[in-house]
Design a protein around this ligand. Structure first.
Ligand code: 6GU
Length: 239
C-alpha cells in the first residue's frame, strides 16, 4: 500500500514515519508513505498557496489551482493512473466520521492520496476531485495532518504482516466480531505478570488453564464492558 499525503507541513510526519510499528512497516516495504509539500506548487516568489475568500470574511483559503496541481502531480507518479487503483481523500471536519469499518475498506486499496486542509479551509472546487471526505471526530483541528496520521496508522496496522501476530488486529475493540457481521465489542481486560501487586490480583480464571472457560469469560467481559462504556455500540441483536 502506498499513501501519498499532500500537506503544507510535511515535517509533521517525520517522527510518525520513523518510529514503532509504522516505522517498521515502512522499512519492511509493507507501507510506502510519501509527503508532498503544497508549498512547492506556489507560482510566486513568496510561496503563497492561499488567498482571501471571495465575498469577504476572515482568514485565508487554500487555492484551488494549487491543490489541483498538487493532486495531479501525485497521480502522475502513481504506478497506475487507473482510477480504480487509488482513492483521493479530503481531510475535513465536514467529512464522513471515520471508524474501523472505513479503515478496513481503505486497507484494501493500492494507493491512497490524503489532502490535508489548513487555515480557514480550501476552495470548494477541489471537492469535485476527491472520492471521499473524512473527519476523525466532532471537534476541529488546526489542520488535517493529525487526522491523516490517525487514518494512516489505523490502516497500516491492518495490512498483512504489519503487526507481528496476524490475529492481534482482529480480536480487539471495534473490530467486527467473527460470529456476527455487525457486532462491535470493546476488548476484554488483559493482565500480565506480576500475578499480585499492591494487593491487586489477576482474575483466577485466567491462570486456571481452561481455555474454553477463558474464552467464555472474555466474551462476557467484552459484552459487559461495551454495555457500560459504549451502549451506543451495542444492541441485543448484536450479541
Ligand atoms: Cl480531518 N480536519 C480538521 N481540520 N479538523 C478535524 C478533522 C479533520 N477531523 C476532525 N476534526
Amino acid at each position: 500500500m502506498k499513501i501519498d499525503i499532500i500537506t503544507l507541513f510535511p515535517d509533521f510526519f517525520n517522527g510518525f514515519k520513523e518510529h514503532s510499528i509504522i516505522g517498521r512497516a515502512i522499512k519492511n516495504g509493507k507501507l510506502e508513505l510519501v509527503t508532498h509539500n503544497l508549498r512547492n506548487q506556489a507560482k510566486d516568489n513568496y510561496g503563497s498557496v492561499d488567498d482571501h475568500p471571495y465575498g469577504g470574511g476572515p482568514g485565508m483559503v487554500l487555492r484551488f489551482d494549487i491543490l489541483l496541481n498538487a493532486l495531479n502531480e501525485v497521480k502522475a507518479k502513481l504506478k497506475s493512473e487507473s482510477p480504480s487503483s487509488y482513492k483521493v481523500i479530503l481531510m475535513t471536519p465536514q467529512g464522513q466520521v471515520y471508524k474501523q469499518t472505513i479503515a478496513q475498506k481503505l486497507a484494501r486499496e493500492e494507493n491512497l492520496i490524503l489532502i490535508c486542509g489548513h487555515y480557514e479551509g480550501f476552495d470548494e472546487r477541489i471537492r469535485d476531485y476527491v472520492d471521499m471526505e473524512i473527519s476523525i471526530g466532532d471537534y476541529v483541528l488546526t489542520g488535517g495532518e493529525l487526522a491523516a496520521m490517525v487514518i494512516t496508522d489505523s490502516i497500516a496496522r491492518l495490512l498483512p504482516g504489519v503487526l507481528g501476530d496476524d490475529t492481534s488486529s482482529h480480536e480487539e475493540s471495534h473490530s467486527p466480531s467473527t460470529s456476527s457481521g455487525s457486532a462491535r465489542l470493546l476488548e476484554y481486560p488483559q493482565y500480565t505478570r506480576p500475578l499480585e501487586y499492591d494487593a491487586k490480583k489477576v482474575p483466577e480464571i485466567l491462570t486456571g488453564g481452561n481455555h474454553a472457560k477463558i474464552d467464555e469469560w472474555r466474551k462476557e467481559q467484552s459484552i459487559e464492558r461495551t454495555k457500560m462504556r459504549r451502549p451506543d455500540m451495542i444492541s441485543d441483536k448484536n450479541i
